[in-house]
Design a protein around this ligand. Structure first.
Ligand code: NDP
Length: 230
């Protein structure tokens, strides 16, 4: 039995992670921006002792992240799943939308690092020592044949390079840190044309996370196990 901390756990992939992990008997600490409006998550918390807590967390807000750190003071976390994210297009070369670009950076790249910093003491007390950052193929430079999506692509590419550094910096302590691409999934973000369901994406990702070892640290892994070019 492992204990997971999951951000953005109120809908989409974060909710599915929570569902599947508690169903198999793992413990989950769920975090989301508005627990008051997270009906499905609250129902899960009411019906399962494996959902340990639902924390209010806006990953862009230093006070909110500090409150999470405080709540973890006497706790341990085995696996951190940085799932919260936003997709904005960011305009075009003639008309960039810098607010969108900054906004996606604040969430996908910087917000994720804030959560990692807050969770480090609890992760150090844990036995899993895994940090999983949900990135996207759209953050791959090698895979970019479509152009556009400046905001999202730049923020996920930044998350990718940060994860490689985390893998190197934390390796001496035994941490495994890597990025995963969940596939094009039918969620609010992926839309109804997504190629796979949240159930398929997450059952595969959980298998990848379970099996991840030092050889996977610092790598960019797809839901089906394929390696993605940086
Ligand atoms: P959704 O848009 O369905 O859900 C996004 C989640 O992130 C929500 O829980 C949202 O909370 C949360 N979130 C956004 N901003 C913040 C914030 N500032 N603080 C805390 N939580 C925040 O997306 P998915 O479930 O589809 O995506 C999950 C992850 O997977 C993302 O990182 C995404 O980039 C990645 N991904 C998804 C793909 C897909 O096809 N679906 C493809 C590739 C990657 P709230 O409800 O409050 O807005």
């Amino acid at each position: 039995m492992m204990k997971y901390l999951i951000t953005g756990a109120n809908r989409g992939l974060g909710l599915e992670f929570t569902r599947q992990l508690i169903a198999r008997g793992d413990q989950v600490i769920a975090a989301c921006r508005n627990p008051d409006k997270a009906d499905e998550l609250t129902q899960l918390a009411d019906s399962s002792e494996h959902l340990e807590a639902v924390h209010a967390l806006d990953i862009t807000d230093p006070d909110s992240v500090a409150a999470l750190a405080k709540s973890l003071e006497n706790d341990n976390v085995d696996v951190l799943i940085n799932n919260a994210g936003r997709l904005s297009r960011g305009g075009s070369p003639n008309d960039f939308d810098f607010d969108e670009i900054q906004g996606d950076f604040a969430i996908n790249a910087i917000g994720t690092l804030r959560v990692i910093e807050a969770a480090m003491p609890a992760l150090r007390r844990g036995k899993g020592k895994k940090i999983v950052n949900i990135s996207s193929k759209m953050g791959s430079i090698g895979d970019n044949s479509g152009g556009g999506s400046y905001a999202y692509r730049m923020s996920k590419a930044a998350l990718n390079i940060a994860t490689r550094s985390l893998a190197i910096d934390l390796r001496p302590e035994g941490f495994i840190a890597f990025v995963v691409h969940p596939g094009w999934v039918q969620t609010d973000m992926g839309g109804p044309n997504g190629l796979i369901t949240p159930e398929t994406s997450i059952s595969n990702l959980i298998e990848r996370i379970d099996k991840a070892d030092m050889n996977d640290s610092g790598q960019f892994i797809e839901w089906n196990g394929n390696r993605i070019p940086w």
